[in-house]
Write a protein that binds this ligand. Structure first.
Ligand SMILES: Cc1ncc(COP(=O)(O)O)c(C=O)c1O
Length: 386
């Protein structure tokens, strides 16, 4: 058999850490390596494969679309794209008017930044401390992580971090030059920090009071991850960004805007060859069909069960279990985090890091109690052996 580890190391620019396992197939909540060893996937490729691998509804929808049209430029209309845009805008709530489709989370945020500048004429943004919005230059500018930014300084415009979950700090930081505030309802990459119950509501009120745009990045939290279609349900952003699992695993970004913002975007100013391609749109329609009330309830139930089981774990290494829905984190003593990830992988359970000291769980929405129990048993065994 070819040495795929070697080939990938040799021919790909080495920007990713190497997890030292080669996966060749997936089935439901499992990934299979080259020896047909099954691994329980509790990471869904950083939140993308939300219905696991080879979900029949998604596979069939994509297959059907593959045989019709894969790509069609946005200057032409297309049945599936038209249906997907209508379905997504309506699903996000009555105050969203239109969507711009792109191909990744970072691109969804790039569009958000440009639309915000077009709407306000301003180029100063407030962002949350430890927020993460992607690694393209605009999204990186909005990200509060020096380790990713330093080599590329100076970055774009003016981005001022304010503490997360602190409405007063946000209000104090606003001046007449601020275009908008960029926020994740749960900070994912930053370490699974959940917005307090009233925080987003207060943020909405402050943004409205001072006439700045509220830009909500739901790339990780959205599309059902917390047991609601949007984690920001109950408030309406001026600009809302989605991505990750929205198209059933096909690359996608979506930037939703209200009517006033939509009207300030002129033709031709921001486009993407692949944005809104019919294949991704078929994925979006399949995902929206699957994310019915029953499925969202299942995410909520499984999330509560998983968090409760994590909270019951006993170990001096554990600092805290937290999260919402199926977006969970186990904060541990910093020096132990990577060791726990490695040991879980040795036990055929896949998780990912968040922040400096958090084991992150982003399981597929089809996860069952038995899978949670399996993960908890392995985790308990690992913690006892540390
Ligand atoms: C909240 C948030 N925004 C933006 C991004 C960037 O998405 P992508 O990696 O698809 O560019 C991510 C990715 O993890 C994310 O979690």
């Amino acid at each position: 058999m070819k040495d795929y580890q070697f080939l990938q190391q040799k021919y790909m620019v080495q920007t990713y850490p190497n997890r030292k396992v080669t996966f060749v197939e997936g089935d439901g909540v499992f990934l299979m390596d080259t020896n047909a060893q099954r691994y329980l996937d509790l990471m869904t490729n950083y939140g993308v494969t939300i219905f696991g691998y080879n979900h029949p509804e998604i596979t069939n929808s994509l297959q059907r679309q593959l045989e019709r049209i894969v790509t069609l430029h946005g200057s032409f209309a297309n049945d599936v794209r038209a249906e997907a845009s209508e379905a997504l805008v309506k699903r996000c709530g009555a105050d969203y008017a239109q969507v711009y489709f792109s191909n990744s989370g970072a691109e969804a945020n790039e569009a958000a930044l440009k639309f915000a500048v077009l709407k306000t004429g301003k180029k100063k943004f407030l962002v949350a401390r430890h927020g993460y919005h992607g690694k393209t230059l605009g999204a990186l500018s909005a990200t509060d992580a020096e380790k990713y930014k330093t080599p590329f300084a100076p970055l774009l415009w003016e981005f001022i971090p304010v503490p997360f979950n602190d409405p007063e700090a946000l209000e104090q930081a606003i001046d007449k030059n601020v275009a908008g505030f960029f926020i994740e309802p749960i900070q994912g990459e930053g370490g699974i920090f959940v917005a307090d119950k009233t925080y987003l509501q207060k943020v909405r009120e402050i943004c409205t009071k001072h006439s700045i745009l509220l830009i909500v990045d739901e790339i990780q939290t959205g599309t059902g991850r917390t047991g609601k279609f949007l984690a920001s349900a109950g408030i309406t952003a001026d600009i809302l960004c989605l991505g990750k699992g929205l198209a059933g695993g096909i690359p996608v970004g979506a930037t939703l805007v209200n009517k006033e913002t939509a009207e300030s975007v002129p033709k031709g100013i921001h486009t993407s060859t692949f944005g809104g391609n019919p294949l991704a749109c078929a994925g979006i329609l399949a995902v929206l069909r699957l994310l019915n009330t029953e499925q969202l309830k299942h995410v909520e139930t499984m999330g509560k069960y998983f968090l409760n089981e994590l909270s019951k774990l006993k170990s001096p290494v554990i600092v805290e279990a937290r999260g919402s829905g199926l977006m969970l984190g186990l904060e541990v003593r910093a020096e132990m985090r990577n060791r726990i990830l490695q040991l879980l992988q040795k036990e055929f359970v896949l998780t990912i890091p968040a922040g400096e000291n958090v084991v992150r769980f982003l399981p597929p929405f089809i996860i069952q109690k038995e899978h949670v129990d399996l993960a908890i048993t392995k985790l308990q065994k690992i913690l006892e052996g540390l």
